[in-house]
Design a protein around this ligand. Structure first.
Ligand SMILES: [Zn+2]
Length: 422
């Protein structure tokens, strides 16, 4: 039973007043972030392999980024998949990805079900090669009648999709499949530019490299930091990060001038184990890495912090800006309280306002007050280094051309603002 105490009453009243204020302003506070222990916990690994469902139908989760925990065929045409999380409790990002094929061409019903208490979130994407993806046709998508109320949305406990399958493999995934191998392809291509290089700054718990890109032709006197993919399913945030970084590495005159003044450091894939294991949110330590920035129990967070802190010590330079890309229900900017000043006050609100005005958007900005505990990356960037910081959230369903425009325009506006700020 929950006791109502005088202090919880006062807190409740404050929350009511706060929510009344929030309705009048786009400057809304972030919901309290819970402080959680980040000591390593056991996770449940998937049994990887090929499922022989009978009637000449097969499925597989035997590839990086896959998630499929069980599958059966009922009758000749109903395939039911079970999707479960790596461990619990966990934020609701139910990731799935698997392959399906059949000896004969046929039409089947595929039902996606989740562990108890979970629900369907990501609209299915289909691919024939694991590289090019498109949304399942709406006419082939049916939501189950049972709904759960999540973040003011009615989300189904299960969905069914109508699929045509045959000998050619069909890939089905929650979002575009972007694993550590795909990220490596992207970083390798960028490294062909003379002013981009890559180094390994540490290893994940399972021994995957944590790679860092360096972009620029300047000394390390002035630096910015870009981070992505602490949370495996957050592919839309990752795609915006790619466009942001590509703009900094581009031949745009602003970018060329910026690279002579500022060095950009990028960790594009902070949780490679979680991504390659098809996790809903955590690392293989069963931990939300974006809650470990104060405790620093996990190697993925520790190596990024060591790199940044040693860089400051060895160069005597400063980080002026830090951004961490994520995904959620909609596009949101979690910024630092605008009354607090870091190394270059005002550049984050200016960047968001300029980007929004160029693209004709009305941005949803939510600054964190000082009451938000320093357990995530953007608070660490600000408190440790004075870097003007934000968590850049992209909606799960934001159109891909728009999120790329947002990433690119944000970088171009930021570089111009920072160059004018000197
Ligand atoms: Zn996230």
């Amino acid at each position: 039973m929950k006791l109502i105490t005088p202090s919880s009453l006062v807190l409740g009243l404050c929350m009511l007043l706060l929510s009344a204020c929030q309705k009048e302003s786009k400057w809304q506070g972030q919901k309290p972030i819970q402080v959680v222990p980040t000591d390593t916990k056991p996770i449940q690994k998937q049994v990887k392999g090929t499922y022989d469902l009978g009637s000449g139908i097969y499925a597989s989760n035997d590839f990086d980024g896959a998630r499929l925990n069980g599958m059966i065929l009922s009758g000749d045409t109903l395939i039911t998949a079970l999707i479960t999380a790596e461990n619990t409790p966990i934020n609701p990002s139910p990731w799935y990805a698997f392959k399906l094929w059949s000896e004969e061409e046929r039409v089947v019903q595929l039902k996606l079900t989740y562990q108890d208490g979970a629900f369907h979130r990501y609209y299915p994407k289909l691919s024939r090669d694991g590289l090019d993806w498109e949304n399942l046709d709406e006419k082939d998508y049916v939501e189950g009648a049972e709904k759960m109320d999540i973040a003011n949305r009615q989300l189904p406990k299960y969905i069914t999709m109508r699929l045509s399958i045959g000998p050619d493999t069909l890939w089905i995934s929650a979002q575009e499949l972007i694993t550590s191998a795909h990220v490596k392809t992207w970083t390798t291509a960028l490294c062909e530019l003379p002013y981009v290089s890559s180094m390994e700054i540490g290893k994940s718990l399972e021994g995957r490299p944590i790679d860092l890109l360096r972009i620029g032709e300047a000394s390390d006197e002035k630096m910015i930091f870009v981070l992505s993919r602490q949370h495996p399913p957050e592919v839309t945030g990752y795609l915006a990060m790619e466009s942001f970084v590509e703009a900094i590495a581009s031949d745009n005159p602003v970018a060329q001038a910026f690279r002579k003044e500022y060095t950009t450091y990028v960790v594009p894939l902070a949780n490679p184990d979680g991504v390659d294991n098809g996790h809903w949110r955590h690392s293989v330590a069963g931990i939300d890495l974006n809650r470990d920035w104060a405790n620093v129990n996990q190697p993925e967070v520790a190596c990024i912090q060591s790199f940044m802190e040693e860089k400051i010590d060895s160069s005597g330079g400063r980080f002026y800006f830090g951004v961490d890309f994520h995904s959620t229900w909609q596009d949101i900017y979690y910024t630092i309280d605008p009354t607090l000043s870091g190394n270059m006050p005002g550049i984050v609100p200016s960047m968001i306002d300029s980007m929004a005005s160029v693209l004709g958007l009305d941005p949803n900005i939510r600054p964190n007050g000082m009451d938000v505990p320093s357990i995530n990356s953007s608070r660490y960037f600000f408190e440790k280094f004075g870097a003007e910081a934000l968590t850049y959230e992209i909606g799960d369903n934001t159109p891909r051309d728009l999120l790329r425009q947002k990433g690119e325009t944000s970088a171009l506006e930021l570089m111009e603002i920072m160059m004018a700020n000197e």
